[in-house]
Design a protein around this ligand. Sequence first.
Ligand code: MRU
Length: 347
Amino acid sequence: MKEIKTIEFKDDILYLIDQRKLPIAYEIFQCKDYRDVDFAIKDMVVRGAPAIGATAAYGVVLAAKEFLNEEKEVFLSKMDEALNILNNSRPTAVNLMWAIGKMRRLIEENKDLSIEEIYQKIREEADRIYEDDIKTNKAMAKHGNEVIKEGATILTHCNTGALATVGYGTALGVVREAHYSGKNIFVYADETRPRLQGGRLTAWELVQEGIPAKLIADNVAATLIRDGKIDVILVGADRIASNGDTANKIGTFMLSVVAKAYNVPFYIVAPTSTIDFDIESGQGIEIEERDSTEVTHIEGIRVAPEGIDVYNPAFDVTPWENITGIITEKGIIRAPYKENIMKLKED
Ligand code: MRU
C-alpha cells in the first residue's frame, strides 16, 4: 500500500498535500501560522471531515507557538481569538468543532500552568488526534469489511480516502481493507460535482493502489443501481445527528433514495468524532453554501452564461430511514439509531 501523507507536522510547519491541484499536480502547501491553516481549510487545500479536524488541531499548535512569549492574559485572549477563527473555517464537518472543542477545554483546564507547559499539552493533544485518526480508520475498515461480500461491486461518493483523513480513509478505508484482504472487489466512483472530489481525488487514490475501478458521472449511479450492478454503497459523513440523520457531500441523499428503492445496502462509514450528540436531527445541521463559480466554471473556464444565479450547497442530509448501518471504530450501529447512538456516548 502506498503511503499518502495528507498532513504532516514537522519543525513548526504544517505540510498539506494541496488537494486543489491533484491529480494534475502533486504540490505541498505549507502553513506557517494559524491564519495559513484557516485559509487552507476555507479554500479546501485540505478537506474531508477528519482531515479538517486534525489540520485545525495543528493550527492551534501554531497559534500557541506564535504567542509563546506573551503575558499569560494576552496569550489566553489571543488563543481564544485563534480558536474562534479556526472553528469558523467551515461550518458542516463537526470533526472541526470536535478538535477545537478538545483544545479549548485543554487550555481552560490548564490555564494555571506556564505558557510553555500549555503549549506542550496542546502539541501532545494534536499528535494524539493525528495518530488516533489512523487507528480509528483501520478499526472502521475491519468492521466495514464484514459487510463486503467476495467479488462485491461497491459504489462510492466524494472522496473518503487517505486524503479526507490523516490516513487510510473512512468509506475508502473499507474499500482498501476489502481489496487487500483479497475479496476481488470492484469500485464505481461517482465523480461528485461540483468540485469533483471523486473524479480528481478518489480516482487518484484508486489508481495509486491499483484497485479495480471505473469513474462515473454522478447521473450514472441510479441506472447501475436499478440494473443490479451495485452490491453495496459506502459513503462518509461530515456530521451525524443523534437520531442517525447524516450530512455528507451533496448527492448522498439522492443515492440513498435510489438505494432504498432497489434494496441496495447503504452504509455510512465515520468515526464517532463525526457524531454530534448535541443535535436531535439533521434539521440542526448547518449546510455550507459555496461559491457560485464552483458551478459556473470548470478549471477556471466559464461553462454557464453570465447572469445566471446559482444554488450551491456543499452537503445534504440523508435521513436515518435510508441508512442500513453506520460503521464506526466501535462497531456497526443499526436502527434504532437514537438508542444505539446514545449508547456510544455513554462509552
Ligand atoms: O467538501 P469536502 O470535500 O470537505 O466534503 C467531504 C465529504 O463530504 C466526505 O464524504 C466526508 O468528509 C467524509 S470522508 C472522511
